[in-house]
Design a protein around this ligand. Structure first.
Ligand code: SAH
Ligand code: SF4
Ligand code: F3S
Length: 441
């Protein structure tokens, strides 16, 4: 087996996906080569997620599978399960040699050297860093669309959430660093940037420039060559009116806002420690609905939070009806280590959570069917992401974050990937649209 090869599998959110791009950059800078399967690799890494119990179990399952086939390899656990479980991972999975949480990735190079020098077990588990993870080289997966971290960690303490325990305190990057990276991405040919953080709205430039998120968003949108800017994730409490103004003023900022609400009941929101009421959430939705542009809205919902009554649940459904989101990510509450909600009583049985989840999804499906059908006949600009060979269709994404698959007369071989095209919508479903490109001569 050639020396210094690695395989990396990533679970979880966009923050993890982007961390992996940086980890790959760090490893390549250290002389490692990436290989496509664990069998070919000397070093096997899992960048893990712990947001719900299922996500964590998936990681242990992977480690067990690998225990049998992975003799002679070094196995590393990175990310949120690494931070949460720390050295306990060595007990549960004795073949693991490296455990490193995201707040310690700045030390990853050094940890790898220790492993190369024969150390059997190394850890990077400090959470009290005030540094963001910066690499001289980031190996991005997509040549057109780039993630760009602006803030790491989270200072909110939502009662159900592990993230503050797995990613540490909030750390904003210097605006200068963000702008330099945005300009470099534009020079390298990227046209779409997605600003990332667990709570981008609380971005606060640590330099004297003292930009807030709305300022930073507007400035990134003005970088020449950048045609689309997205951001994720927003916390409603910190989602100020100035963000809507920045969006209105800069058409480059996409027509989409993901604003996780979690519940439509103010009583549940209070127990979740979300720091806003239903009314305050709806006020923000009002700003977006009354804005100069039409924005597409999406959200996250948790059903079955401890103590959620039928009435609370009905309020979540009525909020879905009132807002009419274009997409909703809905989850059954999952009890997580260290979180405040662990101590709450009135846990809802799984069967009941499943029932509520199905109702939410059914209700939302009908809303999406209706909203997407209303787009038939219209023309939308897509950023082309790739091609469905078997369907003979190209895959596009609209500014409002919908998938719009389309046919194009000329291009069966030529690659349209990365281009921006106008597409007329001809059909719709609950989760996507279908259309044909409009040749603009
Ligand atoms: N920082 C973001 C994302 C957090 S994780 C935010 O504040 O929105 C993404 C989503 O997972 C959350 O919005 C929430 O809906 C869901 N989630 C988080 N913890 C959960 C838990 N313990 N059980 C079920 N869903 C959870
Ligand atoms: Fe978790 Fe809340 Fe922070 Fe989001 S804002 S990462 S849900 S603690
Ligand atoms: Fe999962 Fe960690 Fe992201 S818990 S959702 S990978 S921040």
């Amino acid at each position: 087996m050639p020396a210094k090869t690695f395989y990396l599998e990533t679970f979880g959110c966009q923050m993890n996906a982007h961390d992996s791009e940086k980890v790959v950059g760090t490893l390549i800078a250290q002389g490692y080569a990436q290989v496509p399967t664990p069998d070919e690799a000397g070093l096997v890494l899992y960048n893990t997620c712990s947001i719900r119990d299922k996500a964590e179990q998936k990681v242990y399952h992977r480690l067990q599978q690998f225990q049998r086939s992975g003799k002679g390899k070094i196995v590393g656990v990175l990310g949120c399960v690494a931070q949460q479980e720390g050295e306990r991972i060595f007990e549960r999975a004795p073949h693991v040699g490296l455990v490193c949480g995201s707040a310690s990735y700045n030390q990853l190079g050094e940890l790898l050297v220790q492993i190369e020098n024969g150390r059997r077990r190394v850890t990077g588990l400090s959470l009290d860093t005030d540094e963001a993870f910066e690499t001289p080289y980031t190996c991005r997966d997509n040549p057109h669309r780039a993630y760009l971290t602006i803030i790491e960690g989270c200072d909110k303490n939502c009662a159900y959430c592990v993230v503050p325990f797995t990613r540490g305190r909030e750390r904003s990057r210097l605006s200068q660093g963000v702008m330099d990276e945005a300009r470099r991405l534009a020079r390298e040919g990227y046209t779409e940037i997605q600003l990332l953080g667990q709570n981008v709205n609380s971005y606060r430039d640590p330099s004297l420039a003292d930009w807030d998120f709305a300022t930073l968003l507007g400035r990134v949108a003005q970088v020449p060559g950048i045609r689309r800017v997205r951001y994720t994730t927003s916390h409603p409490r910190d989602f100020g009116k100035r963000i809507v103004d920045a969006m209105d003023e800069n058409p480059v900022i996409c027509d989409h806002v993901h604003l996780p609400v979690q519940s439509g009941s103010s009583a549940v929101l209070a127990r979740m420690d979300r720091l806003y009421t239903r009314e305050e959430y709806l006020e923000r939705i009002g700003w977006l609905k009354n804005a100069r542009r039409r924005y597409s809205l999406s959200t996250d919902i948790i059903v079955g939070f401890p103590g959620e009554t039928e009435r609370d649940f009905a309020e979540t459904l009525s909020l879905l009806d009132e807002v009419e989101f274009d997409s909703v990510f809905s989850f059954m509450y999952s009890a997580r280590p260290n979180t405040a909600a662990l101590r709450f009583e009135d846990h809802i049985p799984d069967e009941e959570k499943r029932r509520r989840l199905a109702i939410v999804q059914e209700r939302q499906r009908a809303i999406q069917l209706r909203r997407n059908a209303a787009l038939i006949g219209g023309v939308m600009e897509v950023h082309v992401e790739g091609r469905h060979k078997s369907l003979g269709q190209w895959i596009g994404r609209t500014s409002c974050n919908r998938t719009l698959n389309f046919t194009h007369p000329a291009a069966s071989d030529a690659s349209l990937t990365g281009q921006y095209l106008s597409v007329r919508v001809t059909r719709s479903g609950p989760n996507s649209l279908v259309g044909e490109s409009v040749c603009v001569v």
